[in-house]
Design a protein around this ligand. Sequence first.
Ligand code: EPZ
Length: 413
Amino acid sequence: MEIIVNGGNRLEGVVEVNSSKNAILPILAATLLSNGHIEINKVPKIRDVKIISDLINDLGVEVKHEQNKLVYNVSDIKNYPSYELVRQMRASFLVMGPILAKKGKVKISLPGGCAIGTRPIDLHLKGFHALGAKIDLSHGDVTAEASNLIGSHIYLDFPSVGATENIMMAAALAKGSTYIENAALEPEVVDLANFINAMGGKISGAGTNVVKIDGVNELKPVNYTPIPDRIEAGTYMIAAAATGGNVLINNVIPEHMKAITAKLVESGAIVEEESNAIRVARTESIKPIYIKTLPYPGFPTDMQAQFMAYLSCALGSSVITESVFENRFMHLQELLRMGAEIKAEGRTAIIKGVKKLTGANVKATDLRAGAALVVAGLTAEGETIVGNSIHVDRGYENFVEKLNKLGADIIKK
Ligand code: EPZ
């Protein structure tokens, strides 16, 4: 699949953001903690949701995607996650905690690396072990087993989003209280805690770096609507600023966008916050800025590639440091093909702004790199063909259609 874009059009109009992919994936895993009929609303038809739904179906739990709702009938978990599905998506590991809590044993194939780094699960396993699980690594699989999970104190060496979520889910049905210290503060972690509490869980402190989980005996099925996707919103904010357009992005929690908004304003864009929307426009030239990606509430790593594309045409040199992942500059090579002048030394990239990018044949290496190359294509002179655009489908529903509606000259092939 390819996305073909002819650059030069200013984006104008209104775009609606979906529920957050990175909130939905752990919430879909957490449904396994309960039994019965559950509906998750406003779920976009994106590839990662399909993969985790297929995986949950594979466990013997019936899941149906009706319009923009996911309907579950959670019953007993009959199987372990299949290698085929787990290897397609790292977030598959999020079913480990719920299965361990419900069944007392879970077996899953070890993570492969992926385009943005090795991405181990050592902190997830450290948490399960602290809760009393026996961990066994052999033949490319990891098995965690515990007849009873007992609440414990767990310190995370890094505020890992996935580890915080996985441990939170396992601890929800453990005996006694669990404290996760140096926990991730991301809004998606808070949304997961809110979902578990809506099912009758007892989680406090989510959104701070100490999360307390008081285990309960059972969790009840509930209907739920996840928070809006702050990274999808940020991507449309960047596209509006990059094209010198004027776009209103609806279904946004401005509080979640603070770091993105601050950096856009620093670069000379105009950002107006409304209660659940945000307007972005740019009339001045793009000013060079410094960015360092950090865990929330720092600047989100998932917006790093999109900002690199945007700053490729700034008036001067910008600096981006990627401190969360060890290899998340794959899009840099592709931007060079479009005439960008960027030099990377380790985890720091220096972007010397050029007047204009020129369209070229480029390849998406991961979800956000793909989105960044489309943003670059929107501003470049001539035609850009973004190959491997299946990566973009992982996290952006109707990306091409939504950009088209905003005035972009873009098609999918
Ligand atoms: C989540 O991934 C997101 N995915 C990622 O979004 C996001 O980039 C990342 O958090 C950081 O914000 C989902 O929520 C589904 P981490 P996750 O565990 O949980 C190291 C996107 O584009 N680490 O916070 O995998 C790890 O190697 C995706 O939507 C360990 O060392 O991120 C990495 O360097 C990409 N050991 C760092 O922590 C562990 O056990 C951050 O990883 C776990 C993580």
